[in-house]
Design a protein around this ligand. Structure first.
Ligand code: FBP
Length: 562
């Protein structure tokens, strides 16, 4: 059944003002879609597992990085239909990507059409779509959400899905598909592009880097869209909580922050707000820290503050932490393998109630994993057994890591009190900031960046490219100086184990422990732990001086040495 998407008729005064905002473009694209020339750069390979990636993508592998410059386009302006898919988790700015594609496509030829596939990749498989018309789109410009066409997490991977996609593109006369997504969705895009090439079909596939998690980046993709807005919004909330905590002086606030794997969001928010404790999953992994050691680290800070009469504070916990604790990672990997096998086991599928399932799974786990699983609260055991997402990921947003840590801290501090090592009060509040930020109205940075990414994605289509991701860089400079182009998706790929099998996927960009953002955090965290160096970033500013309205993330500025 076709899904319905409608623009809301009631709009707020802010939406009204934002509707009038004209996003900025890099000067190379500002000359217009018909005044572009393509400059070829280096030939690429793969992020890792080069031989395997070459074998899986024989048609795409080894393409060149490209950049756009103003010039005379040699492209013949045929009338074309372009399809767009919003894929995976929502991220602020998705609507502006669509606006950028639409404006470029109509500028190239007013007869061109933009087809929006509904509900994510499933829309292209099931031919569930709308034609995106100008007046419909206008209601979504500069707004948050993916509600213009919806999103979904279906993984395009079977031959049958590819065949259906191809057939639907042919039926709709769609000659290019733009996939707006994170690492998994752009992996889908690469697989689809390779399939079309293998079949000698001209249909093109272009990706756009989206995810609030910030883990889809490299030399050419400086940031994924949505990260800027989401971290600004979470930082505003953290700033408010810090003020509350410092006013009442009676609670420790534990805030879990989204970011399924990487801790970029937690690190960015820490740099913006300077809380007392921030855990960074990548450091936990590097130091091979057990859950017990993490608790010791946190308890030490809590006890030291208590000695000064400060029984309050704020701690940030990255959502993906659990998978980075080496002992938990082993347990999860063992669970993933067992659950993948259980999927086909009738006896497991008919089991009623969690107690029976937990007991059954315990019997299948290896010794150390079984002991660790046994030591976890039942609520966490259940959360670890929940279905994986279609890409084989544990749904970490459903695991109450913040509650697990506070429960373990209660125990630890009780023991420390008995031993005379702690004499404070430990009263906690737990929060999870994730969904609150994914559909926020895009900051000026994300509004501009997304519009540019969309416009640029159409430029890649116009030049007949496929298997590329839209790239706009030099982002700490004013938009005028941004550099637009494309990088081959295969250059970002490696091979990882998913659903118990080795699969080609885009390599996740984790927090680098020797890079400037983490180094700055390390230099300051002791002082932040002891004091109240809290920074109050306040709400996202859409209007006003550029130094508050147009700045981008601390992470990007530090990474690019500003
Ligand atoms: P993407 O990688 O698709 O951008 O999604 C990221 C994310 O927002 C994670 O931070 C979070 O763990 C996950 O989506 C939640 O997924 P869902 O929306 O399916 O609950």
């Amino acid at each position: 059944m076709t899904k319905t998407f409608q623009k809301t008729e009631q709009i707020s005064p802010l939406q009204k003002q934002r509707a009038a905002y004209q996003p900025k473009l890099p000067s190379s694209l500002k000359q217009g879609i018909k005044n572009l020339k393509i400059v070829e750069g280096e030939t690429t390979t793969a992020a890792e597992n080069i031989d395997e990636i070459k074998e899986i993508f024989p048609n795409l592998f080894g393409s060149k990085v490209i950049t756009f410059e103003p010039g005379n386009s040699s492209v013949e302006q045929k009338t074309i239909n372009v399809g767009v898919i919003l894929s995976g988790g929502q991220a602020p700015g998705g609507h502006n990507v669509i606006a950028g594609i639409y404006d470029a496509l109509k500028e190239a030829n007013p007869e061109n059409k933009l087809i929006g596939f509904l509900g994510g990749p499933a829309g292209i498989i099931d031919a569930d779509y709308i034609e995106i018309q100008g007046d419909y789109l206008d209601g979504f410009r500069n707004t948050g959400g993916f509600d213009i066409i919806g999103s979904g997490r279906t993984k395009l991977e079977t031959e049958e899905q590819f065949e259906k996609t191809l057939q639907n593109c042919k039926n709709l006369n769609v000659s290019a598909v733009i996939v707006v997504g994170g690492d998994d969705s752009n992996t889908n895009a690469a697989m689809l592009a390779e399939f079309f090439r293998k079949k000698d079909e001209d249909t093109q596939v272009i990706g756009v880097p989206k995810t609030i998690d910030g883990d889809l980046k490299n030399g050419q993709i400086e940031i994924s869209f949505g990260f800027d807005t989401a971290t600004k919004l979470y930082s505003e909330l953290i700033g408010n909580i810090q003020k509350d905590s410092n006013s009442a002086k009676k609670y420790w606030h534990f805030i879990k922050l989204m970011g399924r794997s990487a801790s970029h969001i937690a690190l960015e928010c820490a740099l913006k707000t300077q809380p007392n404790i921030t855990l960074i999953s990548e450091e936990v992994k590097e130091k091979n820290m057990s859950l017990e050691q993490i608790i010791d680290y946190m308890a030490d800070i809590i006890a030291k503050r208590a000695e000064q009469g400060k029984n309050f504070g704020v701690a940030l916990i990255p959502e993906g932490l659990i998978e980075f604790v080496p002992e938990m990672k082993q347990l999860i990997s063992n669970l993933n393998d067992q659950l993948a096998e259980c999927e086909n086991k009738q006896e497991y599928n008919v089991m009623q109630g969690w107690d029976t399932k937990i007991a059954y799974i315990k019997g299948l786990l290896r010794n150390a994993n079984s002991d660790l699983f046994n030591s976890l609260p039942k609520s966490i055991q259940i959360q670890l057994l929940l279905d994986r997402d279609p890409h084989g990921n544990v749904q970490v947003s459903k695991i109450d890591t913040e509650k697990l840590l506070t429960e373990m801290l209660q125990e630890k501090l009780k023991k420390m009190k008995e031993n005379g090592e702690y004499n404070g009060k430990f009263s906690t509040q737990e929060h999870f900031f994730g969904y609150e930020g994914r559909c926020a109205a895009p900051s000026n940075f994300d509004a501009d960046y997304c519009y540019s990414l969309g416009y640029n994605a159409f430029a890649l289509v116009q030049f007949g490219l496929s298997g590329y991701i839209s790239s706009v860089r030099n982002l700490t400079k004013p938009a005028d100086e941004w550099i637009a182009g494309g990088i081959p998706l295969t250059s970002m790929m490696n091979v990882e184990k998913r659903h118990g099998k080795q699969k080609p996927v885009i390599k996740k960009a984790l927090v680098e422990l020797d890079a400037a953002p983490f180094r700055k955090f390390c230099e300051n965290r002791e002082a932040w732990a002891a004091g109240e160096n809290y920074i109050y970033p306040g709400p996202i500013q859409y209007f006003g001086p550029a130094e508050v309205a147009d700045i981008t993330t601390e992470t990007l500025q530090l990474e690019r040495n500003f």
